[in-house]
Design a protein around this ligand. Structure first.
Ligand code: HEM
Length: 145
């Protein structure tokens, strides 16, 4: 009778150890895999969100663009894309000429570097590919009218 009790006790302890070990392994694998799964899904959805809420979805009218016509708040339109060039005007290699594009469609100014009378300013050629690259980083949306 006493032997039987000892046997049952040992059996319960053995089950406890095996069960505890199994539970421990389960918890470990859960905590190890859960954050990485969450992390990867979070980062991929963050990228998607950034792309989804990017400038391409923002639309502006000519009237809205026209409100941003000063050196301190300068938007321009080039090929139907809207750019906020406020932070760039101070470092423009062509000086204050760039301010003439504020609040209006600056496509021909940017492409041909012309004066108000249609005279060429500087080279009179289109801006370099470097200038066009810089411009891309300033796009805030597209024109809808
Ligand atoms: C809208 C954004 C603009 C950007 C990002 C920009 C950028 C630049 C850059 C990088 C240069 C150095 C030369 C080159 O890379 O082509 C430059 C030069 C110059 N830019 Fe602009 N520009 C802008 C608008 C304008 C506008 C509206 C005018 C008005 C006509 C203008 C007139 C000039 C002139 C006269 C030069 C001197 C070099 C030359 O005449 O060839 N730019 N600009």
């Amino acid at each position: 009778m006493k032997k039987k009790t000892i046997g049952i006790t040992l059996l319960i302890i053995a089950i406890g150890i095996v069960g505890g070990f199994a539970l421990w392994k389960y918890v470990l694998s859960d905590t190890a895999s859960a954050p990485s799964a969450t992390e990867s899904s979070t980062s991929s959805s963050a990228v998607t969100t950034t792309e989804d809420s990017g400038f391409a979805e923002q639309t502006f009218t000519t009237v809205e663009v026209a409100k941003h016509n000063t050196a301190d708040d300068c938007w321009t339109v080039i090929d139907s894309d809207v750019y906020d060039i406020t932070d760039y005007v101070g470092s423009h290699p062509g000086g204050s000429e760039i301010l003439r594009a504020c609040g209006i469609d600056g496509t021909s100014l940017f492409m041909e570097r012309t004066t108000e009378d249609g005279e060429t300013v500087g080279s009179g050629t289109s801006h370099s590919s470097n200038a066009q690259r810089q411009l891309q980083s300033m796009q805030i949306g597209i024109l809808v009218d």
